[in-house]
Design a protein around this ligand. Structure first.
Ligand code: ADP
Ligand code: ASP
Ligand code: MG
Length: 408
């Protein structure tokens, strides 16, 4: 029997109308004899609302309790979807992460799936049920609830597809595929027919929200081919994410953007070597520094260090700095500048990246946009700018790199 895994994101199950729309995308596969496993995210912006709710009670809430709270979003959507399918006359059963056998490590808020014990899913399939799995969650060795990091339902879906050796894995979302840039930000972005795991991983890890980066590594590990497609359009082809194949397109894979970033500037560092070794490396380990390779473009004196962080983790960064023994030095000073955005151009062909960097710099100079930080690595070029400059900057860069038939 052929197995299909379908994943529906938050906007695809946002309300009852959308839930019935999703049910109607699932049932035809079941009618055609497929074993169907569906993974769902929380409805709409439920997860953000839950985060907000927690911050009103305790802004420093423990990650363990946050995981218990945030997992509730997927509990709601999975049960509602099962009810919708049942009301249309088909058998469905919802399973929470722990019931579906998701065993993870204990890193609350960004847990890694260690294994999936698929017995229960297989049992329900045998009973001819459509199985609806709550994405984004699992349990650790203590049976405490863990979550897989934002966007983690993608990983849940891919991991199930990998474990069950599914024939098809479809990730339905609110756009009809992967584009050369976020189509909501760059109206002229082009849809790609296919993209390799490596390119997609780089785009995702640099901020392309369309797929979670861990899900791509998981897909690559299991050799699962994914199709990213729209939950709203019918019979439209999406973008296939798969092992590398030679394509005729531009060697640039795409442009990733990230908003809500903050530039943190540390002054009065007396021993830079020690600071990097003892403080910066720990922040990197804790995943609190965005793209550690980024360097400030302003002239810094030898006692200053700048880095980029997510606004949502600023408090954690500041708390960490306060506890730092080096902060006892009376000149030690922490300042921060919010509303920064990052634009990253992904190109896995290392030799072209200096070229790309100079095109970006010239373009932003043309429109008087100040570049605050940059990185030019073997697989991408990034620039940090003010968020108010993001829209015009990314559109101009996209135009220069994709529309002027610029041949690298
Ligand atoms: P879901 O809730 O279905 O998981 P997400 O919001 O996580 O959906 O991801 C879909 C969004 O990703 C789109 O609405 C789009 O704005 C954004 N996005 C960012 N970069 C890209 C890209 N290169 N191609 C397509 N969509 C992108
Ligand atoms: N609901 C979670 C989030 O908003 C997981 C997901 O959507 O994949 O991040
Ligand atoms: Mg998502």
């Amino acid at each position: 029997m052929s197995i299909i895994v379908q994943k529906f994101g938050g906007s695809s199950v946002a309300d009852s109308h959308h839930i019935f729309n999703v049910a109607k995308k699932i049932i035809p596969f079941y009618q055609n004899g497929y074993d169907v496993i569906v993974v769902v995210s929380a409805q709409g912006d439920t997860t953000d609302k839950l985060v907000n709710m927690a911050s009103k009670i305790n802004p420093q809430a423990s990650k363990r309790e946050l995981d218990v709270l945030l997992s509730a979003g997927e509990q709601i959507s999975s049960s509602l979807l099962a009810m919708a399918i049942q009301s249309l006359g088909f058998p469905a059963k919802s399973l929470l992460g722990w019931q579906a056998g998701f065993k993870t490590d204990s890193v609350h808020s960004s847990a890694k799936v260690e294994k999936i014990i698929t017995d229960r899913i297989k049992f329900e399939i045998k009973q001819k049920n459509i199985v609806i799995v709550a994405g984004f969650q699992g349990v650790n060795s203590l049976n405490d609830i863990t979550t897989l990091g934002r966007g983690g339902s993608d990983t849940s879906a891919v991991a199930i597809a990998g474990e069950l050796k599914a024939d098809i894995c479809k990730i339905y979302t609110d756009v009809d595929g992967v584009y050369t840039a976020d189509p909501r930000l760059v109206p002229s972005a082009r849809k790609l027919d296919s993209i390799s795991y490596e390119e997609m991983f780089k785009l995702s890890s640099l901020g392309s929200q369309v797929l979670n980066d861990v899900s791509i590594k998981t897909a690559q590990k299991y050799g699962v081919e994914l199709e990213v497609l729209s939950s709203l359009k019918n019979n439209s082809k999406g973008t296939v994410v798969k092992a590398y194949t030679i394509t005729k397109r531009n060697s640039i894979s795409g442009i990733a953007t990230e908003k809500n970033l903050v530039k943190v500037s540390i002054g009065g560092i007396e021993d830079m070597f020690k600071f990097k070794k003892e403080t910066i490396s720990k922040l990197i380990e804790k995943n609190l520094i965005k793209e550690p390779e980024l360097k400030s473009t302003s002239k810094l004196n030898s006692q200053t260090y700048d880095f980029l962080a997510e606004e949502s983790s600023l408090q954690e960064v500041l708390n960490f700095m306060k506890k730092n023994p080096l902060s006892r030095n009376e000149n030690f000073e922490v300042s921060y500048f919010k509303d920064k955005s990052k634009i990253s151009v992904v190109n896995l062909e290392e030799s072209y990246n200096l070229n790309i960097a100079s095109i970006i710099f010239e373009a932003l100079h043309e429109i008087n946009v100040n570049i605050e930080m940059t990185a030019c690595d073997n697989d991408h070029v990034s620039v940090v700018i003010k968020s108010t400059d993001l829209y015009r900057s990314v559109n101009l860069i996209h135009n220069k790199l994709f529309e002027e038939d610029y041949l690298l």
